[in-house]
Design a protein around this ligand. Structure first.
Ligand SMILES: NC(=O)c1ccc[n+]([C@@H]2O[C@H](COP(=O)([O-])OP(=O)(O)OC[C@H]3O[C@@H](n4cnc5c(N)ncnc54)[C@H](O)[C@@H]3O)[C@@H](O)[C@H]2O)c1
Ligand SMILES: [Zn+2]
Length: 396
């Protein structure tokens, strides 16, 4: 043994977790939620909205398949994604006298709920396993498949949180049947993100079926519904897996997330996360067109798909000043470089570090043109008449 006065400790952490699409997770004969073990003890956490819709089924499931359970109901919504919610979960875990080795907490809800429960579990005794059951499209394709947990703190979105995988992620698309259309659009934005940066086939599926899945809430059971969800998750996981702790700052999945944090926070509560992401993607598509990375046809097609999926391409708060500030903030978080993903055609992307004020200004002008064209192209046709004027369209 050498006596020294400084030491370097190196260690690696293996991570393994499962993500699976399951059918009717609340069916009493489906034991996925209790990992095949009937007679378990479980703490279940959900939010008040999900409780209103699914509370009876959750309770019936627990009564049939669990020896003992407690259902904790948190208030829903982004404004309740705070430390108080985390503390409520910590208290419930403590009161339940949970055996950490065999009694994972079950989180059933949207991204807000699963982020908060995951955060509480990660800090209770430093590690209390949890199972995630996302009930929104945003949860199924994004919040419910990675390892980030968190809550908002002061004015900062997700300012506190941890990297902590759920032991199991059970994705049940039947929950989407009760979700309102706007939240379907919201999740479609994150699916479109994956399509634009790395999956041309996924983009074609959205082009062909985006409007249909928005109307059907993915409840038709068609092959394309499954393919859209599965390709989106596969693409997401392919990007996350080699970079789970985000040491590498050039992340393709940050596409749409350069300008959007500032847009989302400034517009709150007017824009949902996915809507702000879409405003960012519309701008960066337009900048791609300006820089010759995307051609006119491709840009028009992308704006058309955004419009069909009910997503906004601009918002009054997203002006030149805010966008420049957002770029500066993101550059700071990305260790001094922009590392900005820009689309190359449809299905590819490139990172750039030289975006200028002039690019943003040109992008904003192109967004106005492309947005108006997409809105007028999809205007309802009255037999024998011209397309309805743009002004009568739903706002983009
Ligand atoms: N951890 C991550 O990697 C990650 C990724 C993306 C987003 N997020 C976070 O996720 C949050 C957004 O998630 P969200 O869009 O799911 O919002 P949300 O959790 O606020 O849910 C939206 C609304 O839908 C309700 N709801 C949930 N399931 C429903 C259902 N099946 N039927 C009807 N209503 C239902 C909720 O009660 C809520 O009112 C944000 O806080 C964001 O930061 C996290
Ligand atoms: Zn996002």
């Amino acid at each position: 043994m050498t006596i020294a006065e400084n030491w370097t400790v190196k260690s690696q952490q293996d991570v393994a977790y499962s993500v699976e699409i399951v059918k009717d997770v609340l069916d009493v004969s489906n034991l996925a939620l209790v990992d095949g073990e009937s007679g378990a003890r479980r703490l279940i956490v959900t939010d008040n909205r999900v409780n209103d819709l699914y509370g009876d089924r959750i309770r019936a499931y627990a009564q049939t398949n669990m020896a003992e359970h407690r259902l904790l109901v948190l208030p829903d919504g982004e404004l309740n994604k705070n430390w108080q919610a985390v503390e409520t979960v910590l208290e419930a875990i403590d009161n339940f006298k949970l055996d950490r080795r065999r009694e994972p907490v079950i989180a059933i809800g949207g991204g807000v709920l699963t982020d908060v429960v995951g955060f509480a579990c990660s800090i209770y005794r430093r590690n209390t396993p949890f199972v995630r059951v996302p009930t929104t499209l945003m949860g199924i394709v994004d919040a419910g498949v990675g390892i980030k947990t968190g809550a908002n703190f002061k004015t900062g979105k997700n300012k506190i949180g941890t990297y902590f995988p759920a032991v199991g992620n059970l994705l049940d698309m039947s929950f989407l049947g009760t979700l309102d259309k706007r939240h379907i659009s919201n999740g479609l934005a994150e699916i479109l993100k994956i399509a634009l940066i790395k999956d041309e086939r996924l983009f074609s599926l959205l082009e062909e079926h985006g409007e249909t899945v928005l109307a059907s809430h993915f409840q038709e059971g068609t092959d394309y519904e499954i393919e859209i969800i599965a390709r989106s998750i596969a693409g997401m996981l392919e990007e996350l897996e080699p970079n789970l702790w985000e040491h590498k700052l050039e992340r393709l999945v940050d596409y749409g997330h350069t300008f959007s944090p500032n847009i989302e926070m400034k517009a709150l509560p007017e824009l949902l996360h996915g809507e702000a992401v879409n405003v960012d993607m519309a701008l960066t598509t337009a900048i791609g067109l300006h820089r010759g990375l995307v051609n006119r046809d491709q840009a028009e097609t992308i704006f058309g798909v955004m419009h069909q999926m009910g997503l906004p391409v601009s918002h009054p708060v997203a002006d030149q000043r805010l966008l420049l500030q957002a770029l500066a903030d993101t550059t700071r978080h990305r260790d001094g470089k922009q590392r900005l993903p820009l689309p190359v055609g449809i299905g590819n992307a490139v990172f750039v570090n030289d975006l200028t004020e002039a690019d943003i200004s040109a992008g904003l002008k192109l967004v106005a043109v492309l947005g108006a064209k997409a809105a007028s192209a999809i205007a309802p046709q009255v037999a024998g008449s011209e397309a309805a004027p743009v002004a009568s369209e739903e706002p983009v």
